[in-house]
Ligand binder design. Sequence first.
Ligand code: ZN
Length: 434
Amino acid sequence: MRRAVLLIVFLNFTLAAVASRAAEVKDFRIWAGPDKTRAVLDLDARVDYQIFTLDNPSRVVIDLKQSRMTGAVHLPEDRSSGALKRVRHGVRAQDNLRVVFDLGEAAKPKSFLLDPAGGHGHRLVIDLFPESGGAEIEPAPSWSPNPERDVIVAIDAGHGGDDPGSIGPTKTQEKNITLAVARLLHKDLNAMPGIQSFLVRESDYYIAHAERYEIARRKRADLFVSIHADSFHSPKPSGSSVYILSRRGATSEAALRLAEGENRSDLIGGVKLNDKDDVLASVLMDLSQSATLESSNDVAGAILNSLKELGKVHKHKVERANFAVLRSPDVPSVLVETAFISNPKEEKKLKDPSHQRKLAKAISQGIHDHFHSMPPPGTWIANHRQPSRHIVASGDTLGGIANRYQISVDRLRQVNKLNTDRIRVGAVLRIPNT
Ligand SMILES: [Zn+2]
């Protein structure tokens, strides 16, 4: 008898506990990318859910157990909703919430739950992949009848979509700054003969780090440039920095923290980190990364030199840290922290279109200098370059450089006001045309 009473008490308690665990859907967000449309339900707790599709017309149905909608659900008016035409929701029996996506065309959903990260709480992410296969991926040119191909530059605007990146004191989001600068850089580079660039991310959506450098590899890029804005917990630090990959540790404590922060994007942007990719990457890395790193270092030095002419730099040397987005084994890759978005003065500058243009100009000038100094064989630049500047690489000697540009060592010394034959790696030498 006593045992029965206890059991009843226990049951009551369990029911009460379950009822109080009902999850709330607090917000609904959506981003349309070329390959998929991503919808995110912001929750206050983990939920049990089921997802299935219905045809004629195409719909995706999500049933969330013990949940209720407390946020507003509507599609953005100022930008594309991708595959989604409409979102509806209603309460079903036993406090179950049903959310229905009405689709413009059939799409396969892929869904997963994310735990709190980077200022976001629990999330249910639903990616919709168009059944028609999505955006066409351009086949890589396997053979070009033109022996003077263009140099290809992949421009990666950091963050995007559900990952805003760092946020400035007046709420400027890094993802918008990086996209603005990336678009200007794209324009500047395409205006240079012998250089073709493309944007890895074209508007406001998230792409996983590994996918970003895969896009660059598929398009056979000669260079991958990732654009970011730095952030610190104090408003003081300022200036630009340029980074390349280091898997063996960062050049400073700040570089280590920065890389950890940037790498967290994949958690915020809703990608489950895959160890397998990393193992593969490190195997490939041993085969080809040292040459790639050397090129990365040269181009990073050229960009840093050019940024020094624009204004204050944060660090005078190219920095190294383990950034996930720079792990391409065979495409030289650099990451530019344009300025500190956490510094009120620099946040203001970063928002200013005329400063954005100056940043893009400086970065494109650095890229130009690098390729005119070390053009990949078979490119238009290799045959037509008229270098005005040479960036000293490791192993360079004054005699070697003079020989390369078919001028005398004396002339090279004279225009650069050199008293000795000693030259510093990363220094920029003026190369006279005659
Ligand atoms: Zn960033």
